[in-house]
Design a protein around this ligand. Structure first.
Ligand code: ADP
Ligand code: 5GP
Length: 185
């Protein structure tokens, strides 16, 4: 049995997952972040091997063929997947947070029913749009794709164990920290 617990965080692009998770991780140095592989291009400030493993489509398809993913999904014109090796290694040392979308979250839950699924919701769809555009690193076409997907993602939130609204970053992080403390400590 692995030592740690799994926490899955989902939420529409731009809702503030990375921002809130940085706050969560800063307060719990024992938590590890599962680094996904993706075929999308890095955004300014994203570091290969920390934010994601940025790979070509060819490499991603090779990884699928070698059965290296716990789950993967194609959305918004790119592939995203959770490499199993790094996840298992991290689980040996403690609890792990995954930032993945609902399809991946439900696949992981099938394999690991003890996983805790937390959905981060925006205060409103208008505020979500403001944040996504305000981040300034997403083209108008990508914004449109992400908004279309956001509606579907919000519908999936009913299947999550917890829904937390990201109104204020610290307050949202505190609620997530409380859930983690209840389950992992
Ligand atoms: P995600 O990882 O979900 O795509 P980000 O963490 O990149 O989202 O956040 C998207 C934008 O919204 C960033 O510019 C971030 O600073 C901003 N943001 C995040 N949380 C809040 C909040 N509670 N209030 C206002 N702006 C926020
Ligand atoms: P972004 O391109 O904004 O970083 O991420 C887009 C979406 O992909 C987000 O909803 C994020 O949670 C999801 N995502 C990131 N990594 C993975 C992964 O490994 N698997 C799945 N299924 N989704 C992921």
């Amino acid at each position: 049995m692995s030592k740690g617990k799994l926490f899955i965080i989902s939420g529409a692009s731009g809702v503030g997952k990375s921002t809130v998770l940085s706050c969560v991780m800063a307060q719990r140095s024992d938590l590890r972040f599962s680094v996904s592989a993706t075929t999308r291009a890095p955004r300014p400030g994203e570091v290969d091997g920390q934010s994601y493993y940025f790979v070509t489509k060819e490499t991603f398809l090779d990884m699928i063929a070698r059965d290296e993913f716990v789950e993967y999904d194609a959305h918004m014109d790119n592939y995203y997947g959770t490499p199993e090796g790094q996840l298992n290694e991290k689980l040996e040392t403690g609890s792990v947070i995954l930032d993945i979308e609902p399809n991946g979250a439900f696949l992981v839950r099938q394999r690991r029913p003890d996983a805790t699924l937390i959905f981060i919701a925006p205060p409103s769809m208008e505020e979500l749009q403001r944040r996504l555009i305000g981040r300034g690193d997403t083209t108008p076409e990508q914004v449109k794709l992400r908004q279309e997907r956001a509606r579907w993602e919000m519908e999936q939130s009913a299947k999550y164990d917890y829904v937390v609204v990201n109104d204020q970053v610290e307050a949202c992080a505190d609620k997530i920290l409380k859930i983690i403390a209840e389950k992992a400590d």
